[in-house]
Design a protein around this ligand. Structure first.
Ligand code: ADP
Ligand code: MG
Length: 241
């Protein structure tokens, strides 16, 4: 048995008197594909923010490869190998696609040939043809790919995709899923937060469901879909009509 790449114990986060998250216990194994589902406001992004260092939890601990990173700043976590995409793509305006990758590469250090690394990553997400174009020219799908590329330049061990497929067509969703699957096969553990159920179900080896800051179910896609607590969250309203 290998040990988890990421582990959270008793993680809690409140905004004022409102507890948005926790306490949560959750582990991610190396090269695992974990899906996180739950309605809007369930605390999914707050959890990711506690993992990546955007937020400091009020209680509990976050460990990466056994090292306590609970209070480490984001850039240190990024250098360790935790990377994420944002729900709303945030490219640097007025810069080319390649330049958008050179910025995080500068920030991460350690990469000898930054342009070559940028080209490599653009190739892996299928954006090579757009390398010299300004980010303003990109389609929704291409923006999502750039968002992924920016998360990948530092060779992360854990990639967190926060609603990376919102607004895409079925064919485009398949394309993003294929990119994530390929990365996973190359050894990256992936956390997929997603409202597009068939995508997250197809992708994930394990799924956890959050509601009101609590982890209410965990299992395979089939197990979670059948879980009465999950059904209540997703179908409870209709059932009362
Ligand atoms: P999800 O990603 O599952 O939709 P979030 O983690 O974004 O949910 O939000 C969980 C809850 O915490 C929501 O009720 C949201 O309004 C609240 N919340 C999130 N971030 C903040 C913040 N910075 N300040 C105040 N409330 C917040
Ligand atoms: Mg969210």
């Amino acid at each position: 048995m290998s040990s988890p790449v990421l582990s959270m114990h008793g993680v809690e986060k409140s905004f004022g008197l409102f507890r948005a998250l926790g306490p949560v216990d959750l582990e991610l194994m190396p090269q695992e594909r974990l899906g996180i589902i739950g309605p809007n406001g369930a605390g999914k992004t707050t959890l990711i923010n506690c993992i990546t260092g955007v937020l400091k939890p009020d209680n509990g601990s976050v460990k990466f490869e056994g090292i306590d990173i609970t209070v480490q700043p984001s850039f240190k976590r990024a250098r360790l190998g935790i990377s994420r995409t944002f729900q709303i793509p945030q490219p640097f305006r007025g810069m080319s696609v390649t330049e958008n990758l050179l910025v995080p590469l500068d920030y991460l250090h350690g990469t000898a040939n930054k342009r070559r690394r940028a080209a490599e990553v653009l190739e892996s997400v299928g954006l090579s043809a757009r390398a010299a174009h300004p980010s303003e020219d990109l389609s929704q799908l291409e923006l999502r790919k750039l968002e992924l590329a920016r998360a990948l330049v530092g060779n992360p061990k854990v990639l967190i995709a926060d609603e990376a497929m919102a607004g895409l067509s079925e064919a485009e969703i398949d394309e993003v899923l294929a990119i994530l699957m390929k990365l996973n096969q190359q050894g990256v553990a992936v956390i997929m937060i997603e409202h597009i159920m068939h995508a997250v179900m197809r992708f994930s080896q394990r799924i956890v469901c959050f509601e009101m800051g609590q982890l209410i179910a965990s299992g395979t896609a089939e197990e979670v879909t059948r879980d009465p607590k999950v059904q209540k969250v997703y179908f409870g309203e209709q059932a009362h009509h």
